[in-house]
Design a binder for this molecule. Structure first.
Ligand code: PLP
Length: 388
């Protein structure tokens, strides 16, 4: 492939989607309709057979011993925190450069989110900043140290070995927020085998998405899994429907969503390969124009997003929009600077990298069905803008 030459002129007729869910649907629409029809026929809309079937298939896919499907990625974070009895007086370390749900889940349990900085290259929690935040929390002496929630932002797993070695000194539980990284691998472990417990999301735009809300929790700890399963259905015990052994909630995955996910899981490995090809092509086409995402040699990414870094971000976004190329900013404002979260503690040296990335990141169209000619158009437009 040759480097594209800058091309200007009218917006071509083949529109570029930021995330193209329609193309995937066209591909498997008949299979999904059949799967939904089966649910309509048997009528078990809540915890129907497709839920257990999907859990078995996804456990096989990622290697986790226990899989608990649930109603969203947000609930996939809340349920393990509740099962671990994390609440008021407890500190849970989270990045500020993430989607709201990571910190929100902690705050909802009554625990205190403590914000930690990320590293410049992988956009993921910095082990050094985590270590400083832990020391500062200990010195302040007000909170019990309980857990850390590293986020596999944009699809690349966090450096789990480094985070785990910091976490284990104080026996912190590692709850992996893998909402964007399901399908990725780290040091021969699939997402779902990282940390003590892993949460993922099946929101439609995530790498593996359903047609509504959905999520899942993975762990190898059978006792933790049992507590999470119970909390998912109102704290139910083993003595039947009205036997309650703890305070729980309603956080089940709908049968129809499980049926949709079973069909999507079949093409997911191939879609992950396509995402990788799209990322490889971007890297080649954008080399030297903007900072492209760095790859960890020991990991693969699920490429939930393809996020570049550039000092002239706002102008680039506006100019791309003018040329019919959609982009998104994940995330324009760090959580620790927003009203609901600004009174929570931050790492003692501050979150300079987080604040700087929020001004410079830009996510380009990314999905398995992005074509080479569309990527050539995107790269040509980027080149035209940044070289002016
Ligand atoms: C999407 C997302 C969530 C929440 O998932 P929902 O299914 O939308 O509740 C949590 N954390 C991160 C990092 C996410 O991207």
């Amino acid at each position: 492939m040759t480097r594209p030459e800058a091309q200007s002129g009218a917006i071509p007729s083949d529109p570029i989607q930021f995330i193209d869910l329609a193309e995937q649907q066209r591909r498997i629409r008949a299979l999904i309709e059949d799967a939904i029809r089966k649910v309509l026929d048997h009528g078990k809309y809540v915890m129907g057979p497709e839920v257990a079937e999907f859990e078995a298939e996804i456990s096989e896919f990622c290697g986790a011993r226990e899989v608990i499907s649930c109603s969203s990625g947000t609930d996939a974070l809340i349920l393990p925190l509740l099962a671990l009895k994390i609440g008021p007086g407890d500190a849970v370390f989270v990045p500020s450069f993430t989607f709201t749900a990571t910190a929100e889940a902690v705050a909802l349990t009554g625990a205190t989110p403590v914000f930690v900085d990320v590293d410049e290259h992988y956009f993921c929690m910095s082990p050094a900043s985590l270590s400083e935040a832990i020391d500062a929390t200990k010195r302040a002496g007000k909170l019990r140290l309980r857990a850390v929630i590293p986020v596999d932002l944009f699809g690349t797993p966090v450096d789990y070995n480094a985070i785990e070695s910091v976490a284990k000194t104080d026996s912190l539980i590692v709850l992996a927020d893998a909402a964007q990284s399901f399908g990725a691998r780290y040091c021969d472990r699939g997402v779902g085998k990282l940390g003590h417990v892993t949460a993922t999301s099946f929101f439609p735009a995530k790498p593996l998405g359903c047609y509504g809300d959905g999520g899942a929790i993975f762990t190898d700890d059978p006792d933790l899994a049992e507590a999470i399963r119970s909390i998912r259905i109102h704290g139910r015990g083993t003595g039947g429907k009205y036997d309650n052994v703890r305070i729980g909630t309603n956080a089940r995955l709908d049968t129809i969503q499980a049926a949709v996910l079973r069909e999507k899981l079949k093409i997911f490995p191939e879609e992950l390969e396509s995402r990788q090809k799209v990322a490889d092509r971007y890297e080649m086409l954008l080399d030297g124009l903007v900072t492209t995402p760095k790859r960890r040699p020991d990991s693969t990414s699920a490429w939930a997003q393809y996020t570049i870094v550039t000092s002239d971000r706002d102008r680039l976004a506006a100019e791309l929009k003018n040329r019919g190329i959609p982009t998104a900013i994940y995330y324009p404002r760090p959580l620790h600077m927003q009203p609901p979260y600004r009174d929570y503690p931050v790492a003692p040296d501050g979150l300079a990298t987080t604040e700087s990335l929020c001004r410079r990141v830009l996510s380009l169209p990314m999905h398995p069905y992005l074509t080479e000619s569309q990527q050539l158009r995107i790269a040509a437009a980027v080149k035209e803008v940044v070289s002016r």
